[in-house]
Design a protein around this ligand. Sequence first.
Ligand code: SF4
Ligand code: SF4
Length: 402
Amino acid sequence: MKKLSGFIWNIWKTTRTLKILLVCELISQSLELNRKTEIEGDSSHNFQMGVVPFIYMDYTCICSCIIVSVRQKDFLQYDLVHKGALLMKYIELGQTGIRVSRLCFGGLIIGPLQVNLPVKQGAEVIKKALELGVNFIDTAELYGTYAHIREAIKGISQKPVISTKCYAYTAEGARESVEKARRELDIDVIDIFMMHEQESRLTLKGHRAALEYYLDAKAKGIIRAVGVSTHNIEVVEACAEMPEIDVIHPLVNKAGIGIGDGTVEEMLAAIKKAYENGKGIFSMKPLGGGNLLPSYKECMDFVLGIPYIHSVAVGMQSIDEVIMNVKVFNGEKVPEEVQAALRKKHRKLHIDYWCEGCGKCVMRCGQGALSIVDGKAVPDREKCVLCGYCGSACPQFAIKIN
Ligand code: SF4
Ligand code: SF4
């Protein structure tokens, strides 16, 4: 009897490591399935979730103490990476049938108009956002970030929702832009295609031929939803009444920085009407292009407290910024040192000495934030929303945001 119990003990000891690893793996899988169920709402995971705990139940009694110590580090890592995804909220974007995360990855900042991250580095930032539960990316033909996004979504089975936009006003120009986006993003269907930076009812009228093309592409299944991006109240008011428009991407921040034709209260009244008419609303520039960074938390609380905005696009240029924004959107506390570092961060428009005063940037700026003084471009920092669009018009590459 003594021999037999010694034999069993020896077997148990020699296979112990294997069992512990098996149990740890099963727990990890269980957590992952749990996460998928939360995010995708797919009840087919429930069966597997039930089976996994049952399998490891008989081991856990013996191994739990050892597991906790052996895998504690992994669980902490798991917590950091996956808690965001567990807590992230998702919502249907108006009547589009498209389900998006409350936090949208704003794709402008990583591209050549702003911090100009190399493709791989930019893709890593996007990937981290996707890992933390963000499923919505906003970009534009102008931003030059299709390559970053393509790299980030390569090989992902559950593709994020991608919204893009262009300035085309003819049907042919619209077709070229849609095809460019499909080719460079390597996707067949574009979730949301928008008319970029619409300024008034008149500009909407001037883009009618392009809009007709988008509607035709939507009917053919190439585009899922059609929209506009705008800094102007007049455009939101007009689009609220247009059945052709599914999504509106307006500028909203607590100080109203960048709104072209009125106050933030007037903008919110127009957005409310559009929302009630079934439009999907995802706002931009909650930090006024970076100008409001010192009051980051108040700015985010402001936009997140508006009940008629489905999602908010926030530009993020580093993994730290992604983690911080996810925490804020999930209602978690942001460490004081991170907030302090942000308060110190100050971005501004810089015009290099080799500016030739051609005035192309002045014409490009929709905010009226540039003028030519003594043969050089000079920014009005009160009006500038740090969008970086003027940089795309400068033949001398003399404009940067740093
Ligand atoms: S477009 Fe460039 S070169 Fe021309 S005025 Fe502006 S900054 Fe100067
Ligand atoms: S000056 Fe340039 S960065 Fe500033 S609002 Fe105008 S276009 Fe945007």
